[in-house]
Design a protein around this ligand. Structure first.
Ligand code: ZN
Length: 62
């Protein structure tokens, strides 16, 4: 883990490069960049394997 250097769960870009949004999910803190925040909202299945437990989520399009 790299708590001191948060990075997007999707593309691993860090907060020196883009704004990151902090997520709290299942007691853990994750970060996602503004570019990939819509992925979490609309197509969370795309994050399977990147964000543990996200396979339980349903996107708006579902
Ligand atoms: Zn990203």
């Amino acid at each position: 883990m790299s708590e001191n250097n948060p990075a997007c769960v999707y593309c691993q870009v860090d907060a020196d490069t883009v704004p990151l949004v902090a997520l709290t999910y299942q007691g853990q803190t994750y970060h996602i960049c503004s570019q990939h925040l819509p992925v979490l909202i609309h197509d969370p299945q795309a994050l399977v394997g990147k964000l543990p437990g996200v396979d339980k989520l349903q996107g708006h399009s579902g």
